[in-house]
Every structure is written in C-alpha cells, then in structure tokens.
Design a protein around this ligand. Sequence first.
Ligand code: GLC
Length: 478
Amino acid sequence: MNILFAASEVAPFIKTGGLADVAGSLPPALAKAGHTVHVVLPLYEGIGADWRSQMTFLKYFDVPVAWRNAYCGVFELQQDGVTYWFLDNESYFKRAQLYGHFDDCERFAFFSRAVLETVGQLNWFPDIIHCNDWQSALIPIYLQEDRYRIPQLSHARSVFTIHNIEYQGRFGREVLEDVLGLNAGYFCVDMLAHHNDVNLMKGAIVCADYVTTVSPSYARELHDPFYAHGLEGVIAANSHKLRGILNGIDTKLYDPATIAGIAQPFTPRAPVTGKKACKAALQSAVGLNADPNAPIIACVSRLVGHKGFGMVVDALDKIMEQPVQMVVLGTGDWYFEEAFRTAQQQYPGRFSAQLMYSASLSNVIYAGADIFLMPSVSEPCGLSQMIAMRFGTVPVVRETGGLRDSVPPYNKYTGEGRGFSFANADSGDMLWALEQAVNLFHTDRKAWRALQKAGMTADFTWNHSAGEYLDIYQQLLG
Ligand code: GLC
C-alpha cells in the first residue's frame, strides 16, 4: 500500500507536542510492516541545519491558495524506511513559532493544498492519505474536488485522526472563498459551518472516509459535550466511521537500558541500582535533598488547565505534608508557573519548579522519579505516562482517555495493575490516589517493585496499533 501521512509537526525534526511523537513513530511502524510510506510536513524555520544538510531538493511549483499563487519547494529526506517531504515556503513558515500567527488559516490552507499538489507534481499514487488535527484537516475536504483535477489522487481514500478536539481550527465565515478557496456551498451545517464559523475539524470529520482518535476511551468520551467542545453532534452523526486506537511510543528511543543522558542504565529485570543512581542524579540536578527514602513525585507537562494543574495547585500543601519530594517540569499558564515558583520557596529542597521545556531533563526525571502524576481533566491519549512506566516510574492518573486505557489501577488483592487512578476531576480524589501510591511505596516494597515491573514490561510498541490502522486502510480500499 502507498500511504501518505500529513502532519504539522513530526519528531525528531520539529516538535511542540505529542502529535509530533506520533507522526514520528507511526509511519516507520507502517513502513516496517511492508508498506511505502511518505510523510509530509512544512519546512519550518526551526528545522535545523543538520537536517537540512541531509535533504535533497526535488522541485518547485505554484500552489493555488484561493486567488493567490504561492511558491512551494519540495525537499526530500529518507530515514527508517520512510520518505519525508518538506514543503518550503518562507513567507508562511520562516517564523520563530509554529502556530499562533494571525494568518494560521492561510498558512495551513497553503500546506493542505500543497500536500495534494505535491502528490500530482511528483507523480505518486497514494492509496491512503492520513491527516492529523486541524492543521491538515483541509486535506480530506480539498480531496473531494482535487481528485478530479489531479489524476494521482483519483482513487485515494482519506483518514483523519483527532489528537485533541479542543483545537478545531475555527475561523470567521469570511475565510471561506478568500483564503480557503472553497465556494459558498461549503458553508452549510452538513459541511464546514458550525455556530456560524468555518470549522476545519468538523469539515474533516464529515469529509474523511474514516476518522480515528488516539484512544478507545477518548473515542467514547467524544460523544459527551464535556469532552467534545461543541462537536458532540458531529461525532454522533459520524460515529459509524469513528474508532479509537491507542498510540504507541518509540520504545527504542525510550529505553532505560540504552537512552543517553541518564546516570546509570537499567532494565526491567534489574532496575534497583540503576534507578537509585538516577534518583540521586535527579535530586542533585534539580536541587532536591539527597534523600533515597522520600518518593519523588514528578509532573512533566505543559502547565495548562486541562492537564489538571488546578487540582495539583489546590492540593499542593496537602501533598507536601506527606514524606515526599516533588518536581515539576514544563511551561504554561502564568498562574501555575507562579504557584510552583512559590512552592519551591516554601519547600526548599523538597519541591523543585523547572519552568522550562527540556527534553534532556525530562528523561532525567522519567528515570529518577518514583511517581508520575498526570491528573488530566481530559487526555486524548497521553504519551508521558507510558514513557514514565518504561522507566519504572509508577503513574498516578485520572481515569480519562488514554490514561485510562494505559494505566490499569493497582489491585491490592491480586497485585495486578500498573499504577493508581481516580475517577473524578477533584483534588481530594487525586490526593487520595496519590496517598495510596505513597503508602505502598513506603510500606510494601515487593508490591511496589511488581508495579514498576508491570509498567516497564507492558507493550507500548506500535506493533498492535499500526496493525489496527492497516486494518482500517485495508477496509477502505476494499
Ligand atoms: C495530543 C493529545 C495527547 C496525545 C497526543 C498524541 O497532544 O493532547 O493526549 O497523546 O496528541 O496523539
């Protein structure tokens, strides 16, 4: 099968969130299963010279963006059995930030149209075009007409994956003709119109041949207005072509036996001494007291409301009343950053606020912490709880989306489970689950080790999930 995978960010080239990890690890897994996989993304300013020096320039052409004609250059790079196409247009992509610009609608309208144009220009025949989130949501919409204009697209089927329904790509009605280049017929409730706006995610859900999201639980939650952010009706109307598939992670990359930058490697068979060394290294790296007995509770996340930091801040003093240490890594809302900055002053040597984005420090934390706290109010999938488990760090999570699907709770009678969980988005309930974890850490080392081992040996590879995507592709191709 020929599979074209379009995403607005792809690891290791450029990343702001979990979408990049998925776009960086699912396509190689599909290629490994014997398929021809091309990944296409914008050539951002942030894609470094080391990558650029490995790219080959293929060609350039014009792309229609409504009444404009925009330059598009295509660069190619091969890696892990996958062909990457980087689409170049400096006026759209030579900027410090990936998103958040006044003309995002136009930038990603260009990208989406350019993806389809590239297929024609390079004379490649994709069977499946797999798009992700609002930035590539226009592709299944454009495909409806472009398949009659570009012969290479004539038999392609489209799949659209929702990584987070909170970001829908909503714009004013006026973008329809002038920016998107769509005629007024698209502005109806059965297409892109939603509460009098143009809603790109809605359009993709309607137009794509199949829609997936990143965990089975999130697929169910999307029927609930609390999670669906206004799209519950659209979800209900399209549920016949919706499925939740749990993301995998790159288990080769996140392997405590081989990853660079941690104090001492360790394995599921013999985690104890390595984990001890990593804990000591973490304490010294982030200014926590050198104390092997206090469990370190860690958060690695964007510091925003839907990640549950309201609960963490509410319960912070109660958490710190226990014999624990805590480290938070991430940036985000000022309110949370300030609360953690204050906590660090209030609990010197026991609370560490690392208010930055750092991939290397995140690995030091995954490896050295004991408990990984992820109380998300909503979490389509979540990857960091899986990474934490790979490193023998026991997760405490809210039972939502992919957290629920990847962290079965500890059962004290059977010893089963991989972590601790709570159902309601309530700081008291979170505290209760956290106390269960802290108690077990202090009182039952054997049970704790078993939990660590269950997490470290769980199958978080793409093998199973890539197979589920292939089933869907196959089903669409008949
Ligand atoms: C989004 C979601 C996150 C998910 C990731 C990859 O960032 O918020 O839960 O893990 O996409 O699918």
